[in-house]
Design a protein around this ligand. Structure first.
Ligand code: ATP
Ligand code: MG
Ligand code: MG
Ligand code: MG
Length: 469
Protein backbone atom coordinates (compact mmCIF):
# COMPACT_ATOMS: atom_id res chain seq x y z
CA UNK A 1 0.00 0.00 0.00
CA UNK A 2 1.24 3.48 -0.85
CA UNK A 3 1.63 5.30 2.44
CA UNK A 4 0.95 9.00 2.84
CA UNK A 5 4.68 9.41 3.49
CA UNK A 6 5.46 7.84 0.08
CA UNK A 7 2.93 10.08 -1.65
CA UNK A 8 4.41 13.17 -0.02
CA UNK A 9 7.89 12.30 -1.22
CA UNK A 10 6.76 11.27 -4.71
CA UNK A 11 5.14 14.68 -5.06
CA UNK A 12 8.13 16.66 -3.79
CA UNK A 13 10.58 14.58 -5.84
CA UNK A 14 8.51 15.04 -8.99
CA UNK A 15 8.60 18.82 -8.70
CA UNK A 16 12.19 18.71 -7.51
CA UNK A 17 13.05 17.04 -10.84
CA UNK A 18 11.25 19.91 -12.59
CA UNK A 19 13.70 22.34 -10.98
CA UNK A 20 11.53 23.36 -8.05
CA UNK A 21 13.17 24.27 -4.76
CA UNK A 22 11.85 21.89 -2.11
CA UNK A 23 10.83 24.22 0.72
CA UNK A 24 9.93 23.00 4.23
CA UNK A 25 6.47 23.61 5.64
CA UNK A 26 6.17 26.95 7.39
CA UNK A 27 4.61 27.09 10.88
CA UNK A 28 0.85 27.02 11.40
CA UNK A 29 1.13 30.41 13.08
CA UNK A 30 2.02 32.60 10.09
CA UNK A 31 5.18 34.62 10.59
CA UNK A 32 4.56 37.10 7.82
CA UNK A 33 0.87 37.81 8.23
CA UNK A 34 -0.62 38.99 11.53
CA UNK A 35 -4.11 39.21 9.97
CA UNK A 36 -4.29 35.48 9.36
CA UNK A 37 -5.21 33.18 12.24
CA UNK A 38 -3.54 30.03 10.92
CA UNK A 39 -1.75 29.01 7.76
CA UNK A 40 -4.52 27.59 5.61
CA UNK A 41 -2.76 26.90 2.31
CA UNK A 42 0.65 26.34 0.82
CA UNK A 43 0.92 29.83 -0.67
CA UNK A 44 0.87 31.68 2.65
CA UNK A 45 4.62 31.54 3.22
CA UNK A 46 5.20 32.75 -0.36
CA UNK A 47 2.82 35.72 -0.35
CA UNK A 48 5.54 38.32 -0.71
CA UNK A 49 7.09 36.47 -3.63
CA UNK A 50 3.84 36.65 -5.57
CA UNK A 51 3.48 40.36 -4.99
CA UNK A 52 7.13 40.99 -5.86
CA UNK A 53 7.87 42.47 -2.41
CA UNK A 54 10.48 39.78 -1.89
CA UNK A 55 12.88 37.93 -4.16
CA UNK A 56 14.65 34.66 -3.50
CA UNK A 57 17.19 32.77 -5.53
CA UNK A 58 14.52 30.47 -6.92
CA UNK A 59 11.46 31.05 -9.09
CA UNK A 60 9.91 27.62 -8.62
CA UNK A 61 9.10 26.01 -5.31
CA UNK A 62 7.29 22.96 -3.96
CA UNK A 63 6.16 22.12 -0.43
CA UNK A 64 4.03 19.95 1.80
CA UNK A 65 2.41 22.53 4.04
CA UNK A 66 0.72 22.04 7.41
CA UNK A 67 -2.67 23.73 7.27
CA UNK A 68 -5.46 24.39 9.75
CA UNK A 69 -8.94 25.41 8.64
CA UNK A 70 -10.93 25.95 11.79
CA UNK A 71 -11.90 29.60 11.60
CA UNK A 72 -12.05 32.53 9.21
CA UNK A 73 -13.18 32.24 5.62
CA UNK A 74 -12.24 28.59 5.46
CA UNK A 75 -13.77 26.90 8.49
CA UNK A 76 -14.09 23.16 8.15
CA UNK A 77 -14.80 22.40 11.83
CA UNK A 78 -18.43 21.58 11.16
CA UNK A 79 -17.57 19.30 8.26
CA UNK A 80 -15.28 17.08 10.27
CA UNK A 81 -16.72 13.70 11.05
CA UNK A 82 -19.53 14.18 8.56
CA UNK A 83 -17.89 14.48 5.14
CA UNK A 84 -15.40 12.05 3.64
CA UNK A 85 -12.96 14.78 2.70
CA UNK A 86 -12.53 17.45 5.36
CA UNK A 87 -10.08 17.79 8.23
CA UNK A 88 -9.31 20.74 10.46
CA UNK A 89 -5.60 19.91 10.13
CA UNK A 90 -4.33 18.60 6.82
CA UNK A 91 -1.29 18.74 4.60
CA UNK A 92 -1.39 20.63 1.35
CA UNK A 93 0.99 19.59 -1.40
CA UNK A 94 1.80 22.45 -3.73
CA UNK A 95 3.94 23.73 -6.56
CA UNK A 96 4.55 27.40 -7.15
CA UNK A 97 5.90 29.54 -9.95
CA UNK A 98 6.89 33.11 -9.19
CA UNK A 99 6.79 34.77 -12.58
CA UNK A 100 8.26 31.67 -14.22
CA UNK A 101 6.10 29.01 -15.92
CA UNK A 102 2.35 29.55 -16.32
CA UNK A 103 -0.80 27.68 -17.35
CA UNK A 104 0.63 25.27 -19.94
CA UNK A 105 3.27 23.81 -17.69
CA UNK A 106 1.18 23.94 -14.53
CA UNK A 107 -1.52 21.79 -16.14
CA UNK A 108 0.95 19.50 -17.92
CA UNK A 109 2.89 18.82 -14.71
CA UNK A 110 -0.25 18.07 -12.71
CA UNK A 111 -1.58 15.78 -15.40
CA UNK A 112 1.66 13.85 -15.76
CA UNK A 113 2.03 13.38 -12.02
CA UNK A 114 -1.56 12.22 -11.53
CA UNK A 115 -1.87 9.91 -14.47
CA UNK A 116 1.69 8.65 -14.90
CA UNK A 117 3.46 8.74 -11.51
CA UNK A 118 0.35 8.19 -9.41
CA UNK A 119 -1.35 6.06 -12.07
CA UNK A 120 -4.87 7.48 -11.64
CA UNK A 121 -7.50 6.36 -14.10
CA UNK A 122 -8.00 9.29 -16.51
CA UNK A 123 -11.60 8.35 -17.15
CA UNK A 124 -12.52 9.13 -13.58
CA UNK A 125 -11.11 12.65 -13.70
CA UNK A 126 -12.89 15.83 -14.67
CA UNK A 127 -12.01 19.48 -14.31
CA UNK A 128 -13.55 22.87 -13.74
CA UNK A 129 -12.34 26.14 -15.25
CA UNK A 130 -13.50 29.73 -14.71
CA UNK A 131 -16.22 30.37 -17.29
CA UNK A 132 -14.22 32.90 -19.29
CA UNK A 133 -10.92 31.02 -19.16
CA UNK A 134 -10.90 29.55 -22.68
CA UNK A 135 -7.16 29.25 -22.53
CA UNK A 136 -7.26 26.76 -19.63
CA UNK A 137 -10.06 24.80 -21.32
CA UNK A 138 -7.99 24.50 -24.51
CA UNK A 139 -4.95 23.30 -22.58
CA UNK A 140 -7.04 20.63 -20.84
CA UNK A 141 -8.33 19.41 -24.21
CA UNK A 142 -4.81 19.14 -25.52
CA UNK A 143 -3.09 17.75 -22.43
CA UNK A 144 -5.81 15.55 -20.99
CA UNK A 145 -7.74 14.74 -24.16
CA UNK A 146 -10.91 15.98 -22.46
CA UNK A 147 -14.13 16.67 -24.33
CA UNK A 148 -16.29 19.66 -23.41
CA UNK A 149 -18.44 17.39 -21.24
CA UNK A 150 -15.63 16.91 -18.76
CA UNK A 151 -14.55 20.55 -18.61
CA UNK A 152 -17.09 22.29 -16.43
CA UNK A 153 -17.23 26.06 -16.71
CA UNK A 154 -17.95 27.72 -13.37
CA UNK A 155 -19.02 31.37 -13.26
CA UNK A 156 -18.66 31.84 -9.49
CA UNK A 157 -15.85 32.85 -7.17
CA UNK A 158 -15.20 29.17 -6.50
CA UNK A 159 -13.07 29.36 -9.63
CA UNK A 160 -11.74 32.87 -9.20
CA UNK A 161 -9.11 33.25 -6.52
CA UNK A 162 -8.11 36.44 -4.73
CA UNK A 163 -5.27 36.97 -2.30
CA UNK A 164 -7.36 39.61 -0.52
CA UNK A 165 -9.66 42.54 -1.34
CA UNK A 166 -6.77 43.96 -3.41
CA UNK A 167 -3.66 42.39 -4.92
CA UNK A 168 -3.00 39.37 -7.13
CA UNK A 169 -5.98 37.35 -8.30
CA UNK A 170 -7.01 35.14 -11.17
CA UNK A 171 -8.97 32.17 -12.42
CA UNK A 172 -8.35 28.65 -11.19
CA UNK A 173 -8.94 25.16 -12.48
CA UNK A 174 -9.82 22.31 -10.15
CA UNK A 175 -9.37 18.60 -10.69
CA UNK A 176 -12.08 16.26 -9.42
CA UNK A 177 -12.29 12.50 -9.09
CA UNK A 178 -15.58 10.68 -9.65
CA UNK A 179 -15.99 7.92 -7.07
CA UNK A 180 -19.02 6.49 -8.83
CA UNK A 181 -22.78 6.66 -8.71
CA UNK A 182 -23.10 4.47 -5.62
CA UNK A 183 -22.13 7.60 -3.64
CA UNK A 184 -24.43 10.57 -3.28
CA UNK A 185 -23.34 13.83 -4.91
CA UNK A 186 -23.29 15.70 -8.20
CA UNK A 187 -20.58 17.27 -10.36
CA UNK A 188 -19.21 20.69 -9.43
CA UNK A 189 -21.64 23.47 -10.22
CA UNK A 190 -24.68 21.21 -9.75
CA UNK A 191 -27.17 21.33 -6.91
CA UNK A 192 -25.69 18.18 -5.34
CA UNK A 193 -22.07 19.30 -5.48
CA UNK A 194 -21.70 19.16 -1.70
CA UNK A 195 -22.02 15.40 -1.77
CA UNK A 196 -18.95 13.21 -1.68
CA UNK A 197 -19.23 11.50 -5.05
CA UNK A 198 -17.09 14.01 -6.94
CA UNK A 199 -14.14 14.87 -4.75
CA UNK A 200 -11.95 17.86 -5.45
CA UNK A 201 -8.35 16.81 -5.25
CA UNK A 202 -6.32 19.68 -6.68
CA UNK A 203 -6.71 23.37 -7.25
CA UNK A 204 -4.43 25.20 -9.70
CA UNK A 205 -4.52 28.98 -9.43
CA UNK A 206 -3.41 31.23 -12.26
CA UNK A 207 -2.43 34.63 -10.87
CA UNK A 208 -2.78 36.84 -13.91
CA UNK A 209 -4.52 39.98 -12.66
CA UNK A 210 -4.17 42.57 -9.99
CA UNK A 211 -7.20 44.00 -8.23
CA UNK A 212 -7.05 47.67 -7.21
CA UNK A 213 -8.96 49.53 -4.53
CA UNK A 214 -10.95 51.57 -7.08
CA UNK A 215 -12.49 48.36 -8.41
CA UNK A 216 -10.38 48.07 -11.55
CA UNK A 217 -8.45 44.98 -12.45
CA UNK A 218 -5.35 44.96 -14.64
CA UNK A 219 -3.17 42.19 -16.05
CA UNK A 220 -0.09 41.45 -13.97
CA UNK A 221 3.37 41.80 -15.49
CA UNK A 222 4.50 38.81 -13.49
CA UNK A 223 2.19 35.83 -13.93
CA UNK A 224 2.39 33.20 -11.24
CA UNK A 225 1.16 29.74 -10.31
CA UNK A 226 -0.09 28.54 -6.94
CA UNK A 227 -1.47 25.04 -6.52
CA UNK A 228 -2.76 22.96 -3.64
CA UNK A 229 -3.67 19.30 -3.34
CA UNK A 230 -4.78 17.68 -0.09
CA UNK A 231 -2.39 14.87 0.82
CA UNK A 232 -5.12 12.95 2.61
CA UNK A 233 -7.43 13.19 -0.42
CA UNK A 234 -4.91 11.92 -2.97
CA UNK A 235 -3.91 9.40 -0.30
CA UNK A 236 -7.43 8.02 -0.10
CA UNK A 237 -7.51 7.60 -3.88
CA UNK A 238 -4.17 5.86 -4.08
CA UNK A 239 -5.11 3.54 -1.24
CA UNK A 240 -8.30 2.58 -3.07
CA UNK A 241 -10.53 4.33 -0.53
CA UNK A 242 -13.30 6.81 -0.90
CA UNK A 243 -13.00 8.33 2.53
CA UNK A 244 -9.96 10.23 3.88
CA UNK A 245 -10.62 8.67 7.26
CA UNK A 246 -9.98 5.21 5.82
CA UNK A 247 -6.36 6.01 4.91
CA UNK A 248 -3.61 4.26 6.88
CA UNK A 249 -2.75 7.27 9.00
CA UNK A 250 -6.26 8.35 10.00
CA UNK A 251 -7.26 4.75 10.52
CA UNK A 252 -4.40 4.22 13.00
CA UNK A 253 -5.64 7.20 15.03
CA UNK A 254 -9.25 6.01 14.90
CA UNK A 255 -8.17 2.58 16.12
CA UNK A 256 -6.19 4.15 18.94
CA UNK A 257 -9.31 6.04 20.00
CA UNK A 258 -11.42 2.89 19.76
CA UNK A 259 -8.89 0.87 21.70
CA UNK A 260 -8.57 3.44 24.49
CA UNK A 261 -12.35 3.58 24.93
CA UNK A 262 -12.93 -0.16 24.38
CA UNK A 263 -15.38 0.61 21.61
CA UNK A 264 -15.93 -0.39 18.01
CA UNK A 265 -14.23 1.99 15.53
CA UNK A 266 -17.06 1.41 13.05
CA UNK A 267 -19.93 1.09 15.48
CA UNK A 268 -22.41 3.72 16.62
CA UNK A 269 -19.52 5.85 17.91
CA UNK A 270 -17.97 6.12 14.45
CA UNK A 271 -18.42 9.88 14.11
CA UNK A 272 -16.92 10.42 17.56
CA UNK A 273 -13.79 8.49 16.62
CA UNK A 274 -13.41 10.44 13.39
CA UNK A 275 -13.72 13.78 15.14
CA UNK A 276 -11.31 12.70 17.88
CA UNK A 277 -8.72 11.50 15.33
CA UNK A 278 -8.95 14.76 13.41
CA UNK A 279 -8.91 17.06 16.42
CA UNK A 280 -6.02 15.14 17.97
CA UNK A 281 -3.90 16.14 15.00
CA UNK A 282 -4.97 19.78 14.89
CA UNK A 283 -4.55 20.33 18.62
CA UNK A 284 -1.23 18.50 18.87
CA UNK A 285 0.32 20.38 15.97
CA UNK A 286 -0.81 23.71 17.40
CA UNK A 287 0.49 22.94 20.89
CA UNK A 288 3.78 21.73 19.39
CA UNK A 289 4.15 25.25 18.00
CA UNK A 290 3.54 26.78 21.40
CA UNK A 291 -0.12 27.77 20.98
CA UNK A 292 -1.81 27.16 24.34
CA UNK A 293 -5.50 27.10 25.18
CA UNK A 294 -6.83 30.49 26.25
CA UNK A 295 -9.92 32.65 25.95
CA UNK A 296 -8.86 34.73 23.01
CA UNK A 297 -7.37 34.64 19.55
CA UNK A 298 -5.53 31.55 18.43
CA UNK A 299 -5.62 30.05 21.92
CA UNK A 300 -9.40 30.16 21.89
CA UNK A 301 -9.60 28.38 18.54
CA UNK A 302 -7.34 25.71 20.02
CA UNK A 303 -9.55 25.48 23.12
CA UNK A 304 -12.66 25.13 20.95
CA UNK A 305 -11.13 22.25 19.01
CA UNK A 306 -9.89 20.57 22.21
CA UNK A 307 -13.18 20.84 24.07
CA UNK A 308 -15.13 19.72 21.06
CA UNK A 309 -13.03 16.56 20.91
CA UNK A 310 -13.44 16.08 24.65
CA UNK A 311 -17.21 16.10 24.40
CA UNK A 312 -16.98 13.39 21.75
CA UNK A 313 -14.73 11.38 24.09
CA UNK A 314 -17.35 11.82 26.79
CA UNK A 315 -20.06 10.56 24.41
CA UNK A 316 -18.00 7.41 23.93
CA UNK A 317 -18.19 6.87 27.66
CA UNK A 318 -14.53 7.61 28.38
CA UNK A 319 -14.28 7.56 32.17
CA UNK A 320 -10.98 9.42 32.29
CA UNK A 321 -9.28 12.06 30.15
CA UNK A 322 -8.70 10.48 26.76
CA UNK A 323 -6.94 12.82 24.36
CA UNK A 324 -3.48 12.79 25.93
CA UNK A 325 -3.44 8.99 25.76
CA UNK A 326 -3.65 9.12 21.98
CA UNK A 327 -0.58 11.30 21.48
CA UNK A 328 1.86 8.35 21.22
CA UNK A 329 -0.15 6.98 18.26
CA UNK A 330 0.09 10.34 16.54
CA UNK A 331 3.83 10.62 17.16
CA UNK A 332 4.21 7.10 15.82
CA UNK A 333 2.35 8.00 12.62
CA UNK A 334 3.64 11.49 11.94
CA UNK A 335 6.72 12.04 14.09
CA UNK A 336 9.16 11.12 11.35
CA UNK A 337 7.82 13.75 8.94
CA UNK A 338 7.23 16.32 11.71
CA UNK A 339 9.91 16.08 14.43
CA UNK A 340 8.22 18.88 16.39
CA UNK A 341 5.63 16.32 17.47
CA UNK A 342 8.19 14.11 19.16
CA UNK A 343 9.98 17.10 20.63
CA UNK A 344 6.75 18.55 21.96
CA UNK A 345 5.24 15.24 23.10
CA UNK A 346 5.41 15.96 26.85
CA UNK A 347 3.99 19.47 26.44
CA UNK A 348 1.20 18.21 24.16
CA UNK A 349 0.23 15.46 26.58
CA UNK A 350 0.30 17.71 29.59
CA UNK A 351 -1.69 20.48 27.90
CA UNK A 352 -4.35 18.08 26.64
CA UNK A 353 -4.60 16.37 30.01
CA UNK A 354 -4.88 19.57 32.05
CA UNK A 355 -7.55 20.94 29.77
CA UNK A 356 -9.54 17.72 29.83
CA UNK A 357 -9.31 17.36 33.62
CA UNK A 358 -10.52 20.93 33.95
CA UNK A 359 -13.28 20.71 31.36
CA UNK A 360 -14.61 17.43 32.72
CA UNK A 361 -15.48 19.24 35.94
CA UNK A 362 -18.25 21.11 34.12
CA UNK A 363 -18.86 19.01 31.00
CA UNK A 364 -21.10 16.45 32.65
CA UNK A 365 -23.26 19.01 34.38
CA UNK A 366 -23.45 21.17 31.26
CA UNK A 367 -24.63 18.26 29.12
CA UNK A 368 -27.20 17.38 31.76
CA UNK A 369 -28.49 20.96 31.73
CA UNK A 370 -28.69 20.79 27.94
CA UNK A 371 -30.68 17.55 28.04
CA UNK A 372 -33.05 18.90 30.70
CA UNK A 373 -33.68 22.06 28.69
CA UNK A 374 -34.30 20.10 25.51
CA UNK A 375 -36.73 17.80 27.29
CA UNK A 376 -38.85 20.81 28.20
CA UNK A 377 -38.94 22.27 24.70
CA UNK A 378 -41.23 21.29 21.84
CA UNK A 379 -39.49 18.82 19.49
CA UNK A 380 -38.73 21.32 16.75
CA UNK A 381 -37.87 24.37 18.90
CA UNK A 382 -34.44 25.99 18.73
CA UNK A 383 -32.39 25.96 21.91
CA UNK A 384 -32.86 29.42 23.49
CA UNK A 385 -29.78 31.63 23.17
CA UNK A 386 -29.76 32.26 26.92
CA UNK A 387 -29.26 28.54 27.56
CA UNK A 388 -26.40 28.36 25.08
CA UNK A 389 -24.93 31.44 26.76
CA UNK A 390 -25.24 29.90 30.20
CA UNK A 391 -23.44 26.82 28.91
CA UNK A 392 -20.71 29.07 27.57
CA UNK A 393 -20.44 31.32 30.60
CA UNK A 394 -20.87 28.87 33.46
CA UNK A 395 -19.86 25.54 31.97
CA UNK A 396 -17.17 26.59 29.49
CA UNK A 397 -18.99 25.32 26.38
CA UNK A 398 -17.86 27.22 23.28
CA UNK A 399 -20.92 27.97 21.15
CA UNK A 400 -19.81 25.62 18.38
CA UNK A 401 -19.56 22.76 20.89
CA UNK A 402 -23.19 23.24 21.88
CA UNK A 403 -24.16 23.42 18.20
CA UNK A 404 -22.22 20.24 17.54
CA UNK A 405 -23.97 18.47 20.43
CA UNK A 406 -27.36 19.59 19.10
CA UNK A 407 -26.59 18.49 15.56
CA UNK A 408 -26.74 14.84 16.63
CA UNK A 409 -30.30 15.52 17.74
CA UNK A 410 -31.23 17.54 14.66
CA UNK A 411 -31.57 20.76 16.68
CA UNK A 412 -30.02 24.23 16.46
CA UNK A 413 -29.25 27.19 18.74
CA UNK A 414 -31.00 30.52 18.50
CA UNK A 415 -27.78 32.42 17.83
CA UNK A 416 -29.41 35.88 17.94
CA UNK A 417 -30.46 35.09 21.49
CA UNK A 418 -26.92 33.97 22.25
CA UNK A 419 -25.49 37.23 20.88
CA UNK A 420 -27.85 39.39 22.92
CA UNK A 421 -27.14 37.43 26.10
CA UNK A 422 -23.44 37.98 25.44
CA UNK A 423 -24.00 41.72 24.84
CA UNK A 424 -26.07 42.01 28.04
CA UNK A 425 -23.33 40.30 30.02
CA UNK A 426 -20.73 42.68 28.66
CA UNK A 427 -22.85 45.72 29.50
CA UNK A 428 -23.26 44.40 33.03
CA UNK A 429 -19.53 43.86 33.40
CA UNK A 430 -18.87 47.38 32.16
CA UNK A 431 -21.33 48.83 34.67
CA UNK A 432 -19.72 46.85 37.48
CA UNK A 433 -16.36 48.21 36.42
CA UNK A 434 -17.34 51.88 36.36
CA UNK A 435 -19.28 51.57 39.62
CA UNK A 436 -16.50 49.97 41.59
CA UNK A 437 -14.51 53.11 42.33
CA UNK A 438 -10.76 53.55 42.08
CA UNK A 439 -9.81 50.22 43.60
CA UNK A 440 -11.37 47.98 40.99
CA UNK A 441 -11.82 44.39 41.95
CA UNK A 442 -9.31 42.39 39.92
CA UNK A 443 -11.76 39.56 39.27
CA UNK A 444 -14.09 41.94 37.44
CA UNK A 445 -11.23 43.02 35.23
CA UNK A 446 -10.32 39.48 34.33
CA UNK A 447 -13.93 38.73 33.64
CA UNK A 448 -14.13 41.61 31.19
CA UNK A 449 -10.85 40.65 29.60
CA UNK A 450 -12.08 37.10 29.11
CA UNK A 451 -15.36 38.10 27.59
CA UNK A 452 -14.07 40.83 25.34
CA UNK A 453 -11.23 38.56 24.34
CA UNK A 454 -13.75 36.12 22.99
CA UNK A 455 -15.60 38.87 21.20
CA UNK A 456 -12.43 40.29 19.73
CA UNK A 457 -11.73 36.89 18.41
CA UNK A 458 -15.08 36.73 16.60
CA UNK A 459 -14.37 40.09 15.00
CA UNK A 460 -10.88 39.08 14.07
CA UNK A 461 -12.19 35.99 12.45
CA UNK A 462 -14.51 37.84 10.13
CA UNK A 463 -12.26 40.80 9.37
CA UNK A 464 -9.13 39.10 8.22
CA UNK A 465 -8.06 39.27 4.61
CA UNK A 466 -6.84 35.81 4.03
CA UNK A 467 -4.60 34.60 1.32
CA UNK A 468 -5.87 31.24 0.39
CA UNK A 469 -6.47 29.04 -2.52
P1 ATP B 1 -13.62 21.73 -0.70
O1 ATP B 1 -14.44 22.41 -1.77
O2 ATP B 1 -13.61 20.26 -0.83
O3 ATP B 1 -13.97 22.22 0.68
P2 ATP B 1 -11.66 23.76 -1.13
O4 ATP B 1 -12.08 24.24 -2.49
O5 ATP B 1 -12.11 24.53 0.04
O6 ATP B 1 -12.09 22.21 -0.95
P3 ATP B 1 -8.98 24.66 -1.67
O7 ATP B 1 -9.08 25.90 -0.86
O8 ATP B 1 -9.09 24.76 -3.14
O9 ATP B 1 -10.07 23.61 -1.10
O10 ATP B 1 -7.63 23.90 -1.22
C1 ATP B 1 -6.81 23.17 -2.12
C2 ATP B 1 -6.89 21.67 -1.84
O11 ATP B 1 -6.66 21.37 -0.46
C3 ATP B 1 -8.24 21.04 -2.13
O12 ATP B 1 -8.37 20.76 -3.51
C4 ATP B 1 -8.20 19.79 -1.28
O13 ATP B 1 -7.49 18.74 -1.93
C5 ATP B 1 -7.41 20.23 -0.06
N1 ATP B 1 -8.29 20.60 1.06
C6 ATP B 1 -8.98 21.75 1.23
N2 ATP B 1 -9.64 21.78 2.40
C7 ATP B 1 -9.36 20.60 3.01
C8 ATP B 1 -9.73 20.04 4.27
N3 ATP B 1 -10.49 20.69 5.13
N4 ATP B 1 -9.25 18.82 4.57
C9 ATP B 1 -8.46 18.14 3.71
N5 ATP B 1 -8.07 18.60 2.52
C10 ATP B 1 -8.50 19.83 2.15
MG1 MG C 1 -13.52 24.09 1.45
MG1 MG D 1 -13.83 23.54 -3.50
MG1 MG E 1 -10.85 24.44 -4.18
Amino acid sequence: MTSLADIRSTFLNYYGRQDHEVVASSPLVPRNDPTLMFTNSGMVQFKNLFTGLENRDYQRATSAQKCVRAGGKHNDLDNVGYTARHHTFFEMLGNFSFGDYFKDDAIAFAWELLTRDFGLNKDKLLVTVYHTDDEAAEIWKKVGGFGDDRIIRIPTDDNFWRMGPTGPCGPCTEIFYDHGDHIWGGPPGSAEEDGDRFIEIWNLVFMQNEQFEDGTMRPLDMQSIDTGMGLERIGALLQGKHDNYDTDLMRALIEASAHATSSDPDGPGKVHHRVIADHLRATSFLIAEGVLPSNEGRGYVLRRIMRRAMRHAHQLGAADPLMHRLVPALVQEMGAAYPELGQGKALIEETLKNEEVRFRQTLDRGLKLLDDELAQLPDDADLPGETAFKLYDTYGFPLDLTQDALREKGRVVNTDGFDSAMAAQKAKARAAWSGSGEQADASVWFDIADKSGTTDFLGYETLNAEGQI
